[in-house]
Design a protein around this ligand. Structure first.
Ligand code: ZN
Length: 201
C-alpha cells in the first residue's frame, strides 16, 4: 500500500519562501519555484521520514539553504528508503545530507512571518509542529491526521509520547478558525477537530 500523498507546504513573503516537508523530486520543486517566481531560503521538516524530506537533500545543495530538522530526528535521515522505490525516487544518503538543528521556540523565518515550533515526539523522536500565529495555520506532520494519528511502531516511535503530544496540541487552545495541514490526507481546522476527532473532543 502506498502512503497517502504527503502534504508539502510553501510559505512565502514577497519573493522569498520556505518549503515544509518537500516530498517528491527536487527537479519538480525547482519548476514550482521558477513558475511562482520564488527564491528558496530554507527547508523545514516536521520529521525525518523519507516521504517528508525526499527532495530536501538535492534542494538544499542546489540553493545552498539550510535544511532544518530536529536534532532528535537526525539519526533517522536515510532510514526507510524503500518507500521511495515505490515512487521511483532516489534514495536519501545520510552522509550527503547536511541538516541544521531546530528546536522549540519562536522564530521569524521570513520577513514578517512569525513561526512557533513545538516538539511532538511519538511518531518519531524529533517530531515538530509548526504554527503561524498571524495566519492561524498549523502544520502537524504525522503527529495528527484529520481522521487519526501517525504510527508509533517505526524506529523511535512511542505511543505514550504520541498521545501526550496530541494532548499538548489540544491544550494550546488555538482558535477554532486555525487551518490545519496534516502530514497526509485532508486538511482540517481546529474547530472541526474539536467536533470530530476522537482525541480532540
Ligand atoms: Zn512519518
Amino acid at each position: 500500500m502506498p502512503p497517502r500523498n504527503t502534504n508539502s507546504v510553501v510559505v512565502s513573503s514577497g519573493d522569498k519562501c520556505a518549503i515544509f516537508d518537500p516530498w517528491g523530486r527536487a527537479k519538480d520543486w525547482e519548476r514550482v519555484l521558477i513558475e511562482r517566481g520564488l527564491k528558496l531560503h530554507a527547508i523545514y521538516a516536521t520529521h525525518a521520514h523519507p516521504d517528508h524530506i525526499s527532495a530536501a537533500p538535492e534542494l538544499c545543495h542546489a540553493f545552498n539553504v539550510p535544511f532544518y530538522v530536529s536534532p532528535n530526528d537526525r539519526p533517522l535521515v536515510g532510514w526507510g528508503n524503500e518507500i521511495l522505490d515505490f515512487f521511483g525516487i532516489g534514495h536519501i544518503h545520510a552522509h550527503d545530507v547536511n541538516t541544521t538543528d531546530i528546536t522549540p521556540g519562536n522564530y521569524e523565518i521570513l520577513p514578517g512571518i512569525k513561526m512557533d515550533v513545538m516538539a511532538t515526539p511519538g511518531h518519531t523522536p524529533g517530531g515538530l509542529i509548526y504554527y503561524f500565529p498571524d495566519a492561524h495555520i498549523l502544520l502537524t506532520g504525522d503527529t495528527l491526521f484529520h481522521d487519526g494519528y501517525g504510527r508509533f511502531d517505526f524506529p523511535g516511535g512511542n505511543a505514550q509520547q504520541l498521545f501526550q503530544a496530541i494532548q499538548n496540541i489540544k491544550n494550546l487552545n488555538l482558535p477554532d478558525d486555525t487551518f490545519v495541514v496534516h502530514g497526509h490526507g485532508m486538511d482540517s481546522t481546529i474547530g472541526w477537530l474539536r467536533k470530530n476527532h476522537e482525541l480532540f473532543k
